[in-house]
Design a protein around this ligand. Structure first.
Ligand SMILES: Nc1nc2c(ncn2[C@@H]2O[C@H](COP(=O)(O)OP(=O)(O)OP(=O)(O)O)[C@@H](O)[C@H]2O)c(=O)[nH]1
Ligand SMILES: [Mg+2]
Length: 293
């Protein structure tokens, strides 16, 4: 018998969804930073063996008050996961508070698949607090299971994975067994660059940036890959902040990105970054479409 299923990971920004997906898949698929709204797309991570295939989906954090069309697009990715799940992982972190009438519970109650509560970041509190939180959540919604975990420390994630395997249905092979994801290499390269931007700039800057890989050329003779990428910002002032004095800030982004891209594609990389202004792209339907939203 072959088992397979779509396991969709949702929750608010910054609770550790991407950390969890990477831990479950055992690969660095999704970028992780300490800033909310790091993930902007639905990213799948596939785990296969001879007799099973689990297709995990990492999603953007649910945004309660969308301020831009980009936020609406991000929420739409989440909404999509309510309909195609064989299993849902609703992730919250141990410090997060919810109102009992949060709109997400209404949506969850309509889901036709088992929903697990994943109570993440248990490493931050003691066992008593974990037990209290479990009680509180148990009263709030009828979850099929509650899993206290630490995605960061990989505590209890193996138990969660084994439980998922037990509960996914009999099903077909959805993707070739050696496939890890559905997005092209270029997407992951742009994500690596975006991760460095999120890490090194403050306030609005990271949220005003979108990264597009313009070209990816293999130089067979030199065993080298030449990559050109453009970072789009919304205003001219942001462009100069991004570049920094004498280009020092963008250089750092470039250097750190290159290292990670080299590890990712296992080749030597020559990376060139451009910065361009695309006025107000976050609210522009056409720009968003062009950026893949
Ligand atoms: N202490 C602790 N921190 C964690 C744990 N899991 C994730 N984090 C941290 O929480 C922050 C957010 O993690 P992400 O995995 O990016 O969270 P996310 O839910 O994907 O966030 P968005 O993509 O913005 O929605 C990062 O700084 C992680 O290192 C955990 O189990 N314990
Ligand atoms: Mg994320």
């Amino acid at each position: 018998m072959h088992k397979s299923g779509f396991v969709n990971i949702i929750g608010r920004p910054n609770v550790g969804k991407s950390t969890l997906m990477n831990a479950l898949v055992g690969e660095r698929m999704s970028i992780i930073t300490n800033k909310p709204q790091t993930t902007r797309h639905r990213i799948i991570g596939i785990v296969s063996d001879d007799d099973y295939q689990v297709v995990f989906s990492d999603t953007p954090g649910i945004i309660r008050d969308p301020a831009y069309k980009m936020h609406e697009a991000m929420n739409r990715y989440v909404d999509g996961t309510f309909h195609d799940a064989d299993l849902m992982l609703f992730v919250t972190d141990i410090l997060e508070t919810y109102e009992d009438d949060d709109p997400v519970f209404k949506k969850l109650s309509k889901v036709n698949a088992p929903i697990y509560l994943v109570l993440n970041k248990t490493d931050l509190v003691d066992d008593i607090e974990v037990a209290q939180k479990i009680q509180l959540w148990d009263k709030r919604f009828k979850f099929a299971e509650i899993f206290p975990i630490s995605a960061l420390k990989k505590q209890n994630t193996k138990r969660l994975f084994d439980n998922i395997l037990k509960h996914i249905p009999e099903g077909p092979v959805y993707y070739p067994k050696d496939q890890l994801t559905d997005k092209p290499e270029r997407f992951f390269i742009s994500e690596i660059i975006r991760e460095k931007i999120l890490m090194h700039y403050q306030q609005e800057i990271p949220y005003s940036c979108e990264v597009v890989v313009d070209s990816f050329k293999e130089d067979d003779k030199k065993d080298l890959v030449r990559i050109h990428a453009t970072i789009f910002v919304m205003r001219k002032t942001q462009k100069s902040i991004l570049i920094g004095k004498n280009g020092s800030s963008i250089k750092r982004v470039g250097m750190e990105s290159r290292k990670d891209i080299e590890a990712f594609i296992e080749k030597q990389v020559f990376l060139e970054l451009y910065v361009k202004v695309r006025e107000n792209w976050r609210n522009n339907e056409r720009s968003l479409k062009g950026f893949g939203y």
